[in-house]
Design a protein around this ligand. Structure first.
Ligand SMILES: [Zn+2]
Ligand SMILES: [Zn+2]
Length: 257
């Protein structure tokens, strides 16, 4: 009699446990490959603030012959240290990948290369950024915009090494490190949500021209549209342009420093 009573009490508990185990484990949507498949600007707050991620890793994969300058890598780290809250540090890892030998790269091709070579994804307290340096030019919508760099996903950006080589060094041209750093910081600015692409504008300052959406209206600002194209040569000085007050304010308002 006593045994039956115990069994009756025990069975419902067991049933409950089995049911609880069948409930699928909730996956963290902010880590791993899935969290690197969003649109540009959608990780701005994760990159800027220390609410979810307290460290940052930048993985640079460059094609043979297109290793970025140390100057560019240092500038990227300094830029991010100035603007973001990452008390556990910002860390750069670099690696060489085989040259593809293509003249033009589409966004689809960049994504495919990223799938093949990217190893660093958001994990634990670390948010990750991927920079791909390719040996050719960018082709978007069958047209060629003399693009030097592009941000193409929430934590992914690319530099077009051939354009950099063509447009730097020599007479009346910026040094390669300067040009590379300028474009890399501009693309990082997009990942941080500038302009109006993930970090809300405190004061309206997006270029009114339809062709230059998501860029700053101040031509002295790092986020002016021409900065990522060959047009940068027309106004580039001997140093990397800085973010203007409007852009800085947007980043502060979205959790940045
Ligand atoms: Zn841009
Ligand atoms: Zn600006």
């Amino acid at each position: 009699m006593k045994g039956t009573f115990q069994r009756l009490l025990f069975l419902p508990i067991l049933a409950f446990l089995v049911f609880a185990c069948e409930e699928p484990m909730r996956e963290d949507p902010f880590v791993g490959v899935g969290a690197a498949r969003w649109d540009v600007g959608k990780s701005a707050n994760f990159l800027l603030s220390d609410d979810r991620f307290t460290a940052m890793e930048i993985e640079i994969a460059y094609m043979e012959g297109f290793r970025p300058t140390n100057f560019m890598m240092d500038e990227m780290t300094n830029f991010l240290q100035d603007l973001t809250l990452k008390p556990d540090g910002i860390h750069v890892i670099e690696k060489e990948i085989p040259a593809e030998g293509e003249e033009f790269y589409t966004t689809a091709h960049l994504s495919e290369l990223e799938n093949r070579y990217r190893e660093s994804y958001n994990e634990g307290d670390t948010v990750s950024v991927f920079l791909l340096v390719v040996d050719g030019y960018f082709r978007q919508n069958e047209e060629e915009y003399f693009t030097i760099g592009a941000a193409y996903r929430n934590t992914s950006m690319a530099l077009f090494g051939k354009r950099i080589a063509e447009n730097s060094g020599g007479f009346r041209r910026p040094g390669r490190g300067n040009l590379e750093a300028t474009v890399a910081l501009h693309e990082l600015g997009h990942l941080l949500g500038l302009v109006n692409v993930g970090s809300e504008m405190v004061t309206p300052h997006e270029a009114s021209d339809e062709d230059h959406k998501f860029h700053c209206d101040n031509e002295d600002c790092l986020m002016f549209w021409a900065v990522e194209t060959s047009n940068v040569l027309n106004f580039m000085q001997n140093s990397v342009p800085e973010l203007d007050e409007n852009c800085r304010n947007d980043l502060r308002a979205n959790g940045g420093r």
